[in-house]
Design a protein. Sequence first.
Length: 252
Amino acid sequence: MTGADRPVIVTGTGTDVGKTIATAALAVLGRSAGLDVGICKPVQTGLAPGEPGDAHEAARLSGVERVLEVRRLPDPLAPETAARVAGLSQTTCEELLGPIRDWLDSPGTGGDATGVPPRRLDLVEGAGGLLVRLGTDLTIVDLAAALDAPLVVVARAGLGTLSDTELTVRAIDAAGLRCAGVVVGSWPFDPDLAERCNLEDLPRLTGVPVLGRIPYGAGELPPDEFVRRAPDWFEADTVATLERSLPATVST
Ligand SMILES: Nc1ncnc2c1ncn2[C@@H]1O[C@H](COP(=O)(O)OP(=O)(O)OP(=O)(O)O)[C@@H](O)[C@H]1O
Ligand SMILES: [Mg+2]
């Protein structure tokens, strides 16, 4: 194994919280710090073959070239449900892990004149919230455990997010995994009282930092503007926080 084989999992408190846009912004942040970034969506639902999925959308916004989608299911449902409804086999952990490990082990892009490969940041976006079934008895928690990967939780900004986010971080803790921090998936131009208070309460209640806030509407920005602006949406030490959350490099 190399140091490149530990991804960061981007999960969320639910579906539509902005995981894809947050993944794209984290990818830009990583690239701006000189990291070689990849984006993976293990299971994509709700799209026909050939349509751009979440990983492709995040890559389009961020300019990332290393992209992997392992499995696609047609109906816009939780992956386990989508497989059942379509009469297809349930996704297994092994079926996802094989291609993801190969992708993590594949050579990165870039490198500098010294021949030293750049450090890597491989982002893996879950489907829906933390405990959504990717297959029978399979959640993103199992994938994170198998990959020994830390997780970032994307959360809503407004009233109700405190409990959702604390539940998600507690479930990550209970599984013996690390949560590197929270990203607010869509931060309004004019935050209300609850949204402003949540910024203070989220770190206190979850025990992890708020790493960043993606402005409302960011997903509609032209990619060049998205790339220019995204690093400013994160706390200055976010890349270091992510790298610290990765387990120590193991060489063979
Ligand atoms: N900051 C944002 N700016 C603009 N649009 C956003 C933002 N966050 C989310 N959206 C929009 O909200 C919708 C849901 O966001 P997104 O697809 O990122 O959610 P998700 O958490 O990745 O959902 P899924 O569980 O389906 O992967 C999309 O239409 C997206 O364009
Ligand atoms: Mg998504």
